[in-house]
Design a protein around this ligand. Structure first.
Ligand code: ADP
Ligand code: MG
Length: 297
């Protein structure tokens, strides 16, 4: 392709909300043979809602959510936002404030930990609780499995290292997600899902969207490793993601594509930004590159 053709291609992309950061990105996109998708906020809406809560002790719902929200209000994670939103609804005040959290830590891909009213609160997945030597009772395991079977994410809450409840969050697929995967298949492009979420939820969502290959419980570095593994087996890999946790994988990919509504760090790490946050634009970008770089077949 001539420099002019590349300029035209980049311009057409921009007019359609597909921001291509350079000629190399536009060129690489026509060779893509495998697209690795993040789940939360990429394949799914990224606007999860709390759909269920099961309490395991005599703590009441409102007190439970006061503690959880006080910890989660410090997190930027979409799951944290869903939890805080839900907790707000349990209150009467218009603009609620939460108890001050001390020692707040956010553990990427796992959850959060903080001290609230002198109690240690841990909110997150099984791995996070295991790291803190918190035993997960059988009831809680059952509730988690049930949520995961329905493609929901189950989140455990422990207070002073005792599991006091499980909440279930649902994050539906973006409209048209199935269609995008099936179009990619017809283009002979393989789709993979890589997520930090647990295997149960990941498999349920993958089945729904039509993706056969799933890697779950992946930390940010492991997402990047997966991209490199596919490259090593001969694929030209595009990675599509929205989160801080996707940025190493976005950098590792031959073409990193960030969801426009995603975090700044992901947008910076990517080669292409899908400004409209539509999954169809993964195909727009590949098509544009094919038109620019390959002869019409
Ligand atoms: P994804 O890769 O699907 O975008 P993440 O890697 O961000 O997901 O998170 C993986 C898992 O870690 C979540 O499904 C959840 O179980 C847990 N988690 C992460 N952040 C939080 C949080 N702020 N509160 C509770 N759980 C969290
Ligand atoms: Mg995400």
């Amino acid at each position: 392709a001539t420099p002019t053709a590349v300029m035209v291609g980049t311009g057409v992309g921009a007019s359609q909300g597909v921001l291509i950061k350079g000629g190399q990105a536009l060129e690489n996109a026509h060779k893509v043979s495998c697209v690795v998708f993040d789940k939360t906020g990429t394949l799914t809406m990224g606007k999860p809602v709390v759909v269920n809560t099961k309490l395991l002790t005599n703590m009441v719902l409102r007190e439970f959510y006061e503690l959880v929200a006080a910890a989660e209000v410090n997190s930027e994670h979409p799951l944290a936002k869903a939890i805080v939103e839900y907790a707000k609804k349990l209150r009467d005040e218009e603009t609620p404030t939460w108890a001050e959290a001390q020692n707040f830590v956010s553990i990427a891909g796992h959850g959060v930990k903080a001290t609230v009213r002198n109690k240690e609160i841990i909110v997150g997945n099984k791995a996070l609780l295991a790291e803190h030597n918190v035993a997960v009772p059988v009831d809680a395991e059952d509730i988690l499995a049930e949520a995961e079977g329905m493609a929901q994410t189950g989140i455990l809450v422990s207070v002073n290292r005792e599991v006091v409840g499980v909440l279930a969050v649902s994050d539906p697929l973006k409209p048209g997600a199935q269609e995008v995967i099936s179009i990619l298949k017809s283009m002979k492009i393989r789709s993979i899902m890589v997520t930090g979420d647990n295997w149960g939820t990941a498999n349920s969502i993958a089945r729904e969207v039509g993706i056969e290959t799933v890697i779950a419980e992946a930390k940010p570095e492991q997402k990047a490793e997966q991209v490199k593994d596919f490259q090593a087996s001969g694929y030209t890999v595009a990675m599509v993601g929205d989160g801080i946790n996707d940025s190493p994988a976005l950098v590792a990919a031959d073409v990193g594509m960030a969801i426009g509504a995603g975090t700044d760090i992901a947008i910076e790490a990517a080669d292409i930004v899908l400004m409209k946050s539509n999954l169809e634009d993964v195909i727009t970008a590949i098509d544009l590159s094919r038109k620019t770089f390959s002869r019409i077949r």
